[in-house]
Design a protein. Structure first.
Length: 718
């Protein structure tokens, strides 16, 4: 009786590859190497090189030779290739490329041309006995050139990040050059794949593939980029089932892969470009990114690299000619890649030490090389011997790269500009606004609603935060009156105006949408919208504050939102909010006041305004040295709190004035400062107090009732 493929055997293969890949990946990481190397080694140990030699019966039972059984694991592995390219694209930070593009392009071009030429020369010199098909030498030669010239952006970025050089100038150059390498490499590989299918050079086919690739890339980064954003947002905002965005991302990836296959290039190019577009999506939250990465890293990565390891038969290296070929391939790949990158760095103006670091950093093939080799083996461009030699080269160059790069980077002193940039990014990483991934604006047509719309637009524009506007009109329902529609459109236009002002010199406009309320209560509308994932709620609604606390509508709305929120309260007779904002930000040295000060700085940056950081010192709590001899106490709490905000503003080129007022009543000090200056806005950090009504304490209540300027309360979810 004929036996078909066994699901039990397939599951046993998957379990074995998962466990062994995880264990050896963990071991490699503890040794300072990428986990992918452990997964690849696990496959080598399970393949004919080790298990097949020591326990052939076990090897045959676990990995039978039947084509149908192999096809099951191979299908999962091929899907893994596409998802790995998706993840690689998502990790491709084009902002890094833009910052270092001139130097990176020079390094990438020479770093590709030199090793590619060496690969071509090697392919032409190989004896026919080492070729899979002597009549298709050109295809094998082109694959060898690609294998020698490509770098793994994932491995390069990982090592540079682990060494703490990702934001250093040389680190950005290395990663940017690796991004270009990867992109050019996949385009070249896709064209070679088409040539392999045709068995040689077909000028018409090559022209169609090249034109199709250029057209595909052009449409992807223009119309396609916007379409991907819209699809991800639509899935996130309209589906109620679990993780719909993940399904949409996978569908986009596979559709673009099929599209590239239709124009005659390899599937991997579509998956890689899909990853870049998805990674730029403005509402790709850290949670969604972590879920997708978890799926790929936990399942598909160990399966693919384990399968590649199983296909590697180290026994072929026992032959002297193949061993010499492998050693020569490793040496040629390392020297050619290092030389090309080093020359490119020197041509673009890098110092000797910087070019040396770039040359060392670009010499890691890692997972990218294994994918290239696997594709070459699957289409017959490589035979088992060449495949094994290329995989061995990938392992050796990847494992040698971290210590070489570490040695070369240690020779580079940090410049003053780099030090300042690192300090700014460290401040941003700890900041409040930095972690707002999406903004929800709930407003009506009152002065407070107009203020909230304006401020939300400025904040969204200066930090490129996708924003949704929800109009809070008590009469609105599923049947929206025309007048209410006009009011909602007016508030959305106010948000857009603020965002456009803040991004006037930038081509990338902020994504702003309008939501119509579809529930009977306002808090239900906000609660339903909050489930779609927002980092901050900005409310502007009246009536807002009576009897020393906020109205029930605002109280219930903030509770329904469940995260950080800001409440805007506009003054009909206050300063004009369309002008450059002069903002007063009371500070106490706490995280609450720092969050508000950060919002104030962002608003000032958007309007070319200024910020005054006010610290209120209570004389009753001051020592005689602090009261009468401030010069004797240079590091008191007031100076430390003000210095933190001044430094934060300095990193954004915003002038922050420090003011200290001594008063037993904090609210009196704040109000006096407002009266003495021409402040158009007070931005104040607050904390919710226990109770049935929303209340921020006596100081906030008194300031709100008596302040003559507009007020923005910021309440972080601490």
């Amino acid at each position: 009786m004929a036996h078909g493929p066994s699901v039990v055997v397939f599951l046993a293969q998957v379990v074995t590859l998962l466990i062994s890949g995880r264990l050896l990946g963990e071991l490699m990481q503890r040794m300072g190497q990428p986990a992918v190397m452990g997964q690849l080694i696990a496959g080598v140990l399970l393949g004919p090189s080790v298990l097949g030699t020591l326990l052939p019966s076990v090897s045959h039972a676990l990995f039978p030779a039947g084509a149908e059984q192999k096809a099951m694991l191979d299908a999962l592995s091929q899907l893994g290739i596409l998802l790995l390219l998706l993840m690689t694209g998502m990790e491709t930070n084009l902002a890094v490329f833009r910052d270092a593009r001139r130097t990176a392009i020079s390094i990438s071009l020479t770093g590709i041309v030199v090793p590619f030429a060496c690969g071509i020369l090697l392919g032409e010199l190989l004896p026919e006995s080492m070729l899979p098909d002597p009549t298709k030498r050109l295809i094998t030669t082109l694959f060898l050139g690609t294998a020698l010239s490509i770098s793994s952006v994932k491995i390069v970025a990982l090592v540079v990040r682990d060494l703490g050089f990702l934001r250093r100038t040389v680190g950005q150059v290395i990663v940017a050059a690796a991004i270009i390498d990867d992109t050019i490499g996949w385009i070249i590989l896709s064209v070679i794949f088409g040539l392999a299918l045709h068995g040689g050079v077909d000028v018409a086919y090559v022209a169609r593939s090249v034109v199709g690739t250029i057209l595909f890339l052009t449409l992807s980064f223009t119309f396609g980029r916007r379409l991907v954003f819209q699809l991800i947002r639509w899935a996130n905002d309209n589906f109620v089932s679990e993780i719909p965005v993940i399904s949409m991302i996978l569908a986009i990836t596979l559709l673009l892969a099929l599209l590239t296959d239709a124009i005659g290039v390899h599937l991997v190019l579509g998956a890689f470009i899909a990853g870049i577009l998805v990674g730029q999506s403005p509402i790709l939250t850290r949670q969604i990114d972590a879920q997708l990465r978890g799926l790929i890293l936990a399942l598909f990565m160990p399966i693919f690299f384990g399968t590649a390891g199983i296909s590697t038969d180290l026994q072929v290296l026992a032959k002297p000619d193949l061993m010499l070929l492998t050693i020569g391939l490793i040496a040629l790949a390392s020297v050619a890649k290092f030389s090309g990158a080093f020359l490119g760095g020197r041509f673009s103006g890098l110092s000797y030490a910087e070019a040396l670091a770039v040359g060392c950093g670009m010499n890691a093939r890692g997972s990218t090389e294994v994918i290239v080799a696997s594709i070459g083996l699957s289409i017959g461009a490589l035979n088992q011997s060449l495949f094994t030699a290329i995989v061995a080269m990938a392992v050796v160059t990847t494992m040698a790269m971290p210590p070489m790069l570490k040695w070369s980077l240690q020779r580079l002193p940090i410049s003053a500009a780099e030090k300042e940039e690192l300090q700014r990014e460290e401040l941003e990483a700890q900041g409040f606004v930095k972690h707002i991934e999406r903004l929800l604006v709930a407003v009506d047509d009152s002065p407070s609603g107009k203020l909230a719309s304006r401020l939300a637009g400025l904040l969204a524009g200066i930090r490129r935060i996708p924003t949704t506007v929800l109009h809070l009109d008590p009469t609105m329902s599923n049947e929206v009156a025309p007048a209410n529609k006009d009011a909602a459109a007016e508030r959305t236009e106010a948000v857009k105006a603020g965002a456009d002002e803040a991004t006037a010199t930038d081509k990338d406009k902020v994504d702003i949408t309008t939501r119509t309320r579809k529930t009977n209560t306002l808090e239900d509308a906000i609660g339903a919208e909050a489930k779609k994932g927002y980092g901050l709620l900005v409310i502007g609604s009246e009536p807002a504050f009576t009897n020393n606390s906020f109205e029930n509508q605002i109280t219930r709305s903030t509770l329904a939102f469940g995260g950080s929120f800001a409440i805007a309260l506009g003054r009909p007779d206050g300063a004009e909010i369309t002008d450059s904002l002069d903002i007063l930000a009371p500070i106490t040295g706490t995280s609450t006041s720092r969050d508000a000060a950060e919002v104030a700085i962002a608003l000032a940056q958007a309007t070319h305004g200024s910020v005054t950081a006010l610290y209120v010192a209570n004389p009753a709590r001051m020592t005689w040295r602090q009261r009468f001899g401030p010069m004797l106490v240079p590091a008191n709490s007031a100076e430390a709190a003000i210095r933190e905000i001044v430094d934060l503003g300095g990193h954004y080129n915003i002038r922050v004035r420090g003011r200290v007022r001594r008063d037993r009543a904090t609210d009196n000090a704040i109000l006096k400062e407002i009266e003495s200056g021409r402040y158009s806005l007070l931005v104040m950090g607050v904390s919710r107090r226990p109770g049935d009504r929303l209340f921020f304490g006596d100081v906030a209540a008194e300031v709100l009732q008596r302040a003559k300027c507009s007020v923005l309360f910021v309440c972080g979810a601490h």
